[in-house]
Design a protein around this ligand. Structure first.
Ligand code: PNS
Length: 155
């Protein structure tokens, strides 16, 4: 049985994140979503709220957790075999490769990259928040529950 752990800030989760998680669900026996809880970073949604989006969307199909501290410690605590991350652009590749190499150095854990669907590659949580704050439509860029929560948060 292979368990993949999908970590991220997910503030908020986007359609790109969901695509990567859907594909991980098709590849691995068990998927754990790990939402970082970083009190020093100002987020629009609390870690519990971000985790709640995944619970609402996926129900029992995956495990949803929050974590602080080192990712590799959480990977071990969850009994996960590998980390899965999506890659959108060359910038992502540079940043994610460095983190993957650091995590492998720290604990031997491997990171598998799933290339984002090209039609979703321009979506980022920060751009979604900017568009929403400025009154633009984020329909299709995020799951419906997130779109609703963004509207409520910004009203
Ligand atoms: O959605 P993001 O911003 O790409 O997620 C980044 C995340 C949460 C995966 C990354 O910041 C992380 O792993 N943080 C935990 C701290 C850590 O383990 N740092 C050292 C290894 S790179």
């Amino acid at each position: 049985m292979t368990t993949a752990l999908c970590p991220g800030s997910f503030d908020p989760p986007t359609s790109g994140h969901m695509d990567v998680i859907d594909r991980a669900l098709g590849l691995f026996d068990r998927v754990v979503v790990a939402v970082i809880d970083n009190p020093s970073k100002t987020a629009m949604f609390t870690a519990a709220e971000r985790a709640g989006f995944f619970k609402e969307i996926y129900g029992e199909r995956l495990d949803v957790t929050t974590f602080g501290g080192l990712l590799v410690d959480h990977v071990r605590a969850m009994g996960a075999d590998l980390v899965v991350k999506g890659l959108r652009t060359g910038g992502d590749h540079e940043y994610e490769t460095q983190m993957a190499q650091m995590n492998r150095h720290l604990s031997g854990v491997e990171t598998l990259f799933i290339p984002t669907r090209p039609d979703l590659a321009y979506i980022s949580s920060s751009l979604v928040k900017e568009v929403a704050r400025l009154g633009g439509s984020v329909s299709g860029l995020v799951p419906d529950v997130v779109e609703k929560a963004l509207k409520e948060r910004l009203s």
